[in-house]
Design a protein around this ligand. Sequence first.
Ligand code: 4AD
Length: 463
Amino acid sequence: AKKIILTEDTSLPAAVKILIGDKDVTLGEGEVKGTRVKVSGRIHRLRQQKQATFLTLIDGYGHLQCVLAGDLTRTYDALLFAQGTSLTLYGEMRKVPEGQSAPDNRELHVDYYRVIGKSPSDADAITNRVSAQQDQWDAQMLDNRHLVLRGDTASSVMKVRSAVEWAFAKAYRELKFTKISPPAFVQTQVEGGSTLFGLDYYGERAYLTQSSQLYLETAIPSLGNVYCIEKSFRAEKSLTRRHLSEYTHVEAELDFIEFEDLLVHLEEMISRVITTLLEDKEIAGYIKELNPEFKVPSRPFKRMRYSDAIDWLNAQDPPILNEEGNPHVFGDDIAEAAERRMTDIINLPIFLTHFPAEIKSFYMKKEEADLRCTESVDVLMPGVGEIVGGSMRMEDYDELIGAYKREGMSIDDYYWYTEQRKYGTSPHGGYGLGLERFVAWICKQHSIRTCCLYPRFMGRCKP
Ligand code: 4AD
């Protein structure tokens, strides 16, 4: 066989450099010439037939069908084409022939190409398994996360996640919240000592933050309502599908509000974010692929007091039991399994409110009408369960000091937090939303592990 060397035909129109996402190129049809373009990407799928080779090219902005024929399919490079091969292709953009289909109804009729990076053919195996939605708990899949991310499902989830983060920022801006960036190294706890990651900080004891809430509270006197989107860290010792050791926490704090205002704000934020997502055609397309039944939840969201949830669990036939296998009583934690069953049966977003003080965090404000309860809320979504935890905060100095004592916390470490109650206290409250859980709900992911780039949980800190 003779060695085929490709050269670009200089008599053709100069190629316009495009990304696959660029839709405003002329498509050739019949005698009408399409734009001659130059596009770089990687082979995602490969179909080699006698007459022609069909490549699906990806570049992070879409999929493009490329058709190669004649000598173009007979070069040494072409014989080694494999999933992952990176290359630059030149050619005319044309409408797909009647009766055939391709992404965006178009295909690139290649007249010249240059291979940039070869790929071994075993890469094929890895990404194909991904598109078959291999179980994400599989250690091999997690070890290969860097390749798994090239699959259609994983990359769609990442695109949606990016859009979710942007949609939150947009909604907060519209509602006039100021973004702040609290520290990750801290010397205080927010959600209990058992999930703190401790570390040596120049010889002092420090932790990775569990929540930026206390810092957000210190910013409201001068900045008004504030939010942050930062990492939170929890040394969770259980391996569940909704717990990570490092997650992205969307947190906000609102000044001079009542509990009802907090609930209405949460509804407003969730609705605005979903509207923004669905208004974006590309993102709406990914959501449709991942979660065809997804629809905007109707407002107002269902509200349920904790005590009514306890009654509801016990009224089921058979009753949904607590972790010890007994009927629930007031004061029990509603464990993940029970909470999930309740949410799935009710099948609507639920605002679960007024949890007993004894099972909630030290800073939560008590309900005046029933001092056993707090002005607290968990937002529960079908499929994932809790995605938000929020509450009104204790306003009174002495009450807060009492709360530290009861929890055995060191009062001195919290002076900066306590002093908010000394220098002009206010009725205020806020919440934290787990970004990965929110994304899992929208994208119908079984586990929140597939909703972050490189999941971190007990036993995994790589790649
Ligand atoms: O309910 P949590 O612990 O509340 C707080 O941290 C408050 N201080 C937030 C605030 O009021 N500013 O956590 C809030 C949310 C949960 O509803 C959940 O979505 C998420 O953070 N979350 C986790 N996500 C993934 N992995 C974990 N281990 C998580 N722990 C909490």
